[in-house]
Write a protein of this length. Structure first.
Length: 136
């Protein structure tokens, strides 16, 4: 997992939890992870307040915040898998959860042109020698 700032994780977890709560009818199997995520989010917010006010306990709060950050990232990965399984990888509904749906690149049409710039139909080139037939 890449390094993610605490505030970014907190913001993403909050978005994910609110979206799961709004779509609870579609995602009843995510109720337990949602509750755990809510507990993590609450503790993260409390620790951020504590971290700002207490310089002596800052190191301990930072360590606990790092552990919670990793737990939140792992939990969000699990939730993302469940959400993608529910809605599919291409569904625009994923945007509501802060995820990008899979969108394939548009196919590029190749047009062959001759030396005058006129379109040419593709086919075998006259410079290609015929393939020798295998000797039996």
């Amino acid at each position: 997992m890449g390094a993610t700032s605490f505030s970014e994780t907190e913001k993403n977890l909050d978005l994910r939890l609110r979206s799961i709560e709004e779509n609870q009818a579609d995602l009843p199997h995510l109720e337990v992870p949602r509750q755990r995520g809510a507990a993590i989010l609450t503790e993260m917010r409390e620790l951020r307040v504590k971290q700002a006010s207490l310089t002596a306990d800052k190191q301990e709060a930072s360590k606990r915040l790092a552990v919670l950050n990793n737990e939140a990232l792992i939990l969000m990965t699990s939730m993302d898998s469940a959400i993608r399984a529910q809605y599919g990888t291409r569904s625009e509904k994923l945007v509501e959860f802060g995820r990008k749906p899979f969108r394939s690149q548009p196919r590029i049409k190749v047009v062959l042109v001759d030396e005058n710039g006129q379109p040419v139909k593709p086919g075998p080139t006259p410079e290609e020698p015929p393939e020798p037939s295998p000797k039996v």
